[in-house]
Design a protein. Structure first.
Length: 157
């Protein structure tokens, strides 16, 4: 066996089946101890929501975390995001302009404060994505901002 890098999303990927997760955690922990395998979790979750999931599902401590849809990377349990990564992706980012632009769209409902991050602005959208998102993207591009619209479609119960 050789050392490897285990990188995974969390919701409905790593987390979802309690029994399988327990078996995988056991195997990964053994492999980590014997071979130095590294674990990275990548998720759209904020640090707060990640911590809730980590505690609820008894996740192993990762060697790195990629949180808030890639806008924050935490290395070796540091409580602070990696400044090199933040500097790299912040070029062309202006949070104030992004927020000002989004106020033109009353359909956008801000997510809780815990989900608002230095390099991420998050909203809920009830209305059809087909009309709002292209308009929003167009307005943001006019501002010449370095932004990426990332959205998750949730199915209604």
């Amino acid at each position: 066996m050789a050392k490897f890098l285990f990188v995974t999303d969390l919701d409905n990927t790593l987390v979802g089946d309690e029994q399988v997760l327990a078996q995988l955690n056991n195997s990964l922990q053994k492999h980590r101890q014997e071979y130095g395998t590294r674990i990275i979790y990548a998720t759209g979750r904020s640090p707060d929501l990640y911590q809730e999931l980590k505690e609820a599902k008894n996740l192993l401590d990762p060697d790195a975390l990629v949180l808030s849809v890639g806008t924050e990377i935490y290395i070796h349990g540091s409580p602070h995001p990696d400044s090199t990564w933040a500097e790299k992706i912040s070029s062309g980012w202006n949070r104030h302009k992004v927020v000002a632009t989004t106020t033109q769209f009353p359909e956008l409902k801000p997510q809780p404060e815990s989900e608002q991050r230095p390099l991420k602005v998050s909203f809920f959208l009830e209305q059809s994505l087909s009309t709002i998102l292209p308009q929003l993207e167009s307005e943001l591009l006019k501002s010449k901002l370095n932004v990426k619209l990332i959205y998750l479609l949730r199915q209604r119960p």
